[in-house]
Design a protein around this ligand. Structure first.
Ligand SMILES: O=P(O)(O)OC[C@H]1O[C@H](OP(=O)(O)OP(=O)(O)O)[C@H](O)[C@@H]1O
Ligand SMILES: Nc1ncnc2[nH]cnc12
Length: 179
């Protein structure tokens, strides 16, 4: 494990049985509160954006906003929010999905993504892959390409990766940590 990986892992807190029994919640708030760790994470994601030729960063509400917005600034790219349903005022595309502990619907402003865009999707956790898969579907429906999915941590035992790879048309899933 590299020094950066050790630093990031040391700043993630495990909370048992949250938000429901049987879930081991991965809490990133200690990482956000540590400027060295947050900067290292932002730099690692910005390198992925450069390597994958991304032209826009999509962040998934809510933790993907916190992580994705500084990546967009660092990489010199625009930031597009994918929000939970009912929060965006303009014309939207929407997609329902299930996640590790529930179900939800996400939306994006249709005008924010167009053909020719290559989007890097940023989030904290890849668990079942339901959230990221729905965001890939939204981006494709908007006519844009997905450059990749970048997450801080992948919960490998929940098998989200094959599900995303089936939707990604060859673009990579980049996880800084696998648990
Ligand atoms: O791979 P999945 O099973 O879909 O789970 C991963 C998603 O779950 C969490 O978001 P959540 O919906 O809890 O929203 P939050 O960021 O607003 O807390 C996490 O931030 C990912 O977006
Ligand atoms: N175990 C988990 N910890 C944090 N966020 C999650 N999203 C889905 N599963 C999660």
């Amino acid at each position: 494990m590299t020094g950066v990986e050790e630093l990031l892992l040391s700043r993630i807190r495990d909370v048992a049985d949250y938000p429901e029994p049987g879930v081991m919640f991965k809490d990133i708030t200690p990482l956000l509160a540590d400027p060295a760790a947050f900067t290292a994470l932002t730099d690692a994601f910005a390198q992925i954006a450069e390597r994958t030729g991304a032209t826009k960063i999509v962040g998934l509400e809510a933790r993907g906003f916190i992580l994705g917005a500084p990546v967009a600034v660092r990489a010199g790219l625009g930031f597009i929010p994918v929000r939970k349903a009912g929060k965006l005022p303009g014309a939207t595309l929407s997609q329902a999905y299930d996640l590790e502990y529930g179900s939800a619907e996400i939306e994006v402003h249709a005008e924010d993504l167009t053909a020719g865009d290559r989007v890097l999707i940023v989030d904290d956790v890849l668990a079942t892959g339901g959230t990221a898969e729905a965001s890939i579907q939204l981006i494709h429906r908007a006519g844009a390409e997905v450059a990749g999915v970048a997450v801080l941590m992948e919960l490998g035992f929940l098998d989200g990766r094959p599900r995303l790879e089936a939707a990604l048309r060859g673009a990579p899933v980049e996880a800084l940590l696998t648990i």
